[in-house]
Every structure is written in structure tokens, then in C-alpha cells.
Design a protein around this ligand. Structure first.
Ligand SMILES: *Cc1c(COP(=O)(O)O)cnc(C)c1O
Length: 465
């Protein structure tokens, strides 16, 4: 492809992108396909000869697009959002065009300094103190792994006796990160939660006392703000007291809900994080930035770089004492220019624009939760502080056992998704099948949320079946 061919195709693709963003709501959210169908339609061996881009594009339309799940669909209410936005997409295009590797200052000076500046903007937006320094990692799983490795290095001489505590509701990446960092799997402890699915400090204190009595060393407390199942909020302030008394590393996984802290009225959810050692918030979930973009903040960057730094001779420069080399702040050497999309997004919407989006999602989640709570045939399965609503069908005056009720909720869930225009996911809370409505799409409005609620109620007619 020569430059003029690229120009032509790129214009066509930009038109495709704008049409896609305008019309994606007409597609099914989840495709009608089955395992193996896409792979079977593709040649098993690579083409020996060059192919024209027209043929490749046509095969994309014919073979690939029909097998895509549309996260950008306005009816996508599953998991957590991975919302994005036109300015972020434009940044991705420019990042791709430059193809820069932003591993060190010298390899991309402006990218490094822009990352320092936008991460400090984000720090201010979520209300963290100035001593926290930020770096962009790819995913929250990586940020948490980096936290576990840094914490491990603090406890290196007692690693075989070091204990990691997280709640039963913590994301799977937290226990995985602890194991990958070298903590003993049998010393990764799951602490019970309370009725709001928040880690119970009393249970943690008991576990720590028992571990101390057995000669073990409490090393890491990993708190979650916004658990994956139900956005439970661990009491980080109390956990910080325990971490300080026990000499533990305190990591806070606020991958989804941390974004809410940019709204002054929701800032309370971050209370206590100012005493943490490390915090992760994903702008690629709820701040309109395409993934990947995971914001990792640390109180002690020196501890981080001691664990991560490599300074091979061929990468050393005379600036190293005066600049930041982000290759020493994470696991991979190579780094994409992710700061550009954060910069485009924060400037395009302004802090007030981003706050307005989050406020609206939280308001709409609150409305939906009110409708659920007011309906005698439904119940809220957990509090809904940040726009995620967990609910169940539970008909008044009918005697349905736990398992029959689970089966009914599973069929309700299938009926809600059946038409293909809406997609909600589920979880298990307190041992019971629970349907989740996760808000986060930029275009979500009250009429659409009302339509979801109407679909839920219509779908419950005739249950159980
Ligand atoms: C989404 C999520 C993760 C995982 O995030 P990735 O960026 O996909 O690794 C971890 N923890 C919580 C609380 C999450 O919501």
C-alpha cells in the first residue's frame, strides 16, 4: 500500500467508523454464531501473494464483522463498560500512525512528559494527594501484579511466611497477581464480606491474629473499591489503620468505581485511599478512553523502580538522572503512547463534562434501583452506589425455593437478552443467581433505561416456565 492508497483507504475507513458509531445500535449486541464458525471460514494457511485491500475489507465485512460482540452498542449493559469516545479514537489513529515506542524519555520525550502531566491531572481529578505519582499500565490486572511484586520485594526475606489478604468478592486478578508475584498460594487469604459485599475488618483482624500466632507475617492487604459482582466498597480507611499497625502494603483496586471519584459528591468512595501504597483506576472502563489505559498510582515511586528497573547499557542516556523512564515503572519494556488518548479525552470533555457523564450514569442507576425496589415482584440484590444495579425476580406471595428461583431468574435473563437489542450479564451474589445492569455508555439516557426496565417486567410475565 503506497501513501496515496493509504490516504484513500483511510478516508473510507473514517467514514466506516463514523457510520459504525452512528448505526451500531441496529446490530445485535451479541452475534448469532457458534464456536469455530469464523475460523472455519478463513484459509488455514497465510496467503503467499499480496492481496488487494479491497478484498481484505470485503472479507472483514463478510466474515469478521458478523461475529463481533458490540461493546459500543447502546444496549450493551453487561460486565463493566469499556466506554470510548470520538476524541479517544482519533488519538488511537495518531498513536498508530506514529508507532512510537515510549519506553524511555529519550525514545519519546514528549510522550513521557505528557504522561507525567496527564497522570497528575487525573490524580487531582480523583482527589489523591500530591505525593502520589502515576504511570499508565495496560490493564488493571497488570497494575495489581506490579503492586504485588513491589510488595513482595518489601517482604523478600520472609516471603515463605508472608500472607496476602483480599475479600471473597475481589477480582480474580488480585489473587492471580499475588500468586504470580511469588506469594504462597496457600497464604492468599479470602476474607469474608458483610451484607453489603464489603470486606469485613473484624474478620480480617481475626485472620491476622491467627496468622501472627502461627508465626506468619501479614504482608499485603488488597482492598477493592467497586467489586466486580456488585460494586461493593471495602472500608479502606479501616483497612489502612490495620495495614499501618501490621506493616502491610495496602493496594486499592478501584478499576471501575475509582472514576466516580471525579465527581465531588462521590469523592467519599475514595476515603482512606490517600493512605494506600498503590491504587489502580481504569480510564478504559468509565472515562471514555479506549482500552488499554489503566492508571496506576504509587506513593513511593522509588520502591516501584527498585523492583522494575533495568538499565542495560544500550538504553542508558546522560539524561537518566533528570528524567522519568517509564520502562522502569512496569513489566514490559515497550510502551504504547497511551497518554495521548487520555489528554485528548480530558481536554475534549473537560473535567466538568466527564463529571456530568458519571453523575448521569449514577443518577440513572439510582432510578433503575428505585423501580426495582418499588416493585413487589423484584428485589435489589446489593446497594447500587455507582451505576451498577444487581437485581432479581422474587415474586411477592409465591413460595419458590432458592433453586427454583435461580432457574426462574436464569430464564428471565435469557428472555431479556433474547431479542438481541439488549445485553445484560449476571453474577452470583450470596449464592443466588443475580442479573446485573451496568451503565456506562456515553449515549445512555433515561428513556433507554426505562425501556430496559419495561423489558425486564414484560419478560417476567409467565415465570417460572
Ligand atoms: C475490570 C476489573 C479488573 C480487571 O481489569 P483489566 O483492566 O481488564 O485487567 C480488576 N478489578 C476490578 C475491580 C475490575 O472491575
Amino acid at each position: 500500500m503506497d501513501i496515496e492508497g493509504f490516504r484513500r483507504e483511510a478516508h473510507a475507513i473514517v467514514d466506516w467508523m463514523a457510520d459504525y458509531l452512528r448505526d451500531v445500535g441496529r446490530e445485535r449486541v451479541v452475534p448469532l454464531t457458534e464456536p469455530g464458525r469464523t475460523a472455519r471460514a478463513l484459509p488455514p494457511a497465510p496467503p503467499a501473494e499480496a492481496e488487494g485491500f479491497g478484498a481484505i475489507r470485503a472479507d472483514f465485512d463478510r466474515l469478521i464483522f458478523p461475529g463481533m460482540t458490540h461493546w459500543a452498542h447502546p444496549g450493551f449493559f453487561a460486565y463493566f463498560p469499556a466506554n470510548h469516545s470520538p476524541p479517544s479514537i482519533l488519538a488511537e489513529m495518531m498513536i498508530a500512525a506514529m508507532g512510537a515506542n515510549c519506553m524511555s524519555w529519550q525514545t519519546s520525550p514528549a510522550a513521557t512528559e505528557l504522561e507525567q502531566v496527564v497522570m497528575d491531572w487525573l490524580r487531582q481529578m480523583v482527589g489523591l494527594p500530591a505525593e502520589f505519582k502515576g504511570v499508565i499500565q495496560d490493564y488493571a490486572s497488570t497494575s495489581t501484579l506490579v503492586a504485588m511484586i513491589t510488595a513482595r520485594d518489601r517482604h523478600r526475606d520472609q516471603l515463605d511466611r508472608s500472607v496476602v489478604y483480599l475479600s471473597t468478592e475481589a477480582h480474580s486478578s488480585v489473587a492471580k497477581g499475588a500468586r504470580l508475584a511469588g506469594f504462597r498460594p496457600d497464604l492468599v487469604r479470602l476474607v469474608p464480606t458483610d451484607e453489603r459485599y464489603a470486606l469485613s475488618p473484624a474478620a480480617l483482624r481475626e485472620m491476622i491474629a491467627a496468622d501472627r500466632a502461627a508465626g506468619l507475617v501479614p504482608a499485603v492487604i488488597a482492598a477493592t473499591l467497586g467489586t466486580t459482582s456488585s460494586t461493593g466498597l471495602d472500608p479502606v480507611g479501616e483497612l489502612a489503620d490495620i495495614a499501618a499497625a501490621e506493616g502491610c502494603w495496602l493496594h486499592v483496586d478501584a478499576a471501575f468505581a475509582g472514576a466516580a471519584a471525579i465527581v465531588p459528591k462521590l469523592r467519599w468512595i475514595m476515603a482512606g485511599t490517600e493512605r494506600a501504597d498503590s491504587i489502580v483506576i481504569n480510564p478504559h472502563k468509565w472515562l471514555l478512553v479506549n482500552h488499554d489505559c489503566s492508571a496506576y498510582f504509587v506513593r513511593d515511586p522509588d520502591a516501584l523502580t527498585r523492583s522494575m528497573s533495568t538499565a542495560p547499557a544500550y538504553l542508558r542516556t546522560r539524561f537518566d538522572d533528570t528524567v522519568v523512564n517509564y520502562r522502569d515503572w512496569g513489566i514490559p519494556l515497550g510502551r504504547r503512547f497511551r497518554a495521548l488518548k487520555l489528554w485528548f479525552v480530558i481536554r475534549s470533555y473537560g473535567v466538568t463534562g466527564l463529571q456530568a457523564m458519571i453523575r448521569e450514569h449514577v443518577r440513572l442507576g439510582g432510578r433503575f434501583a428505585e423501580w426495582v425496589a418499588a416493585d413487589p415482584d423484584f428485589e435489589l440484590a446489593a446497594p447500587a452506589p455507582v451505576g451498577l444495579v444487581c437485581f432479581r425476580w422474587k415474586p411477592a406471595g409465591r413460595d419458590l425455593s432458592g433453586e427454583a428461583l435461580d432457574r426462574a431468574n436464569q430464564s428471565l435473563h435469557e428472555r431479556i437478552n433474547a431479542a438481541g437489542d439488549l445485553f445484560l450479564s449476571h453474577t452470583v451474589l450470596g449464592g443466588r443467581y443475580t442479573i446485573r445492569l451496568a451503565l456506562g455508555h456515553l449515549s445512555t439516557d433515561e428513556a433507554l433505561v426505562r425501556r430496559v426496565w419495561e423489558r425486564v417486567r414484560e419478560s417476567a410475565v409467565g415465570l417460572p416456565s
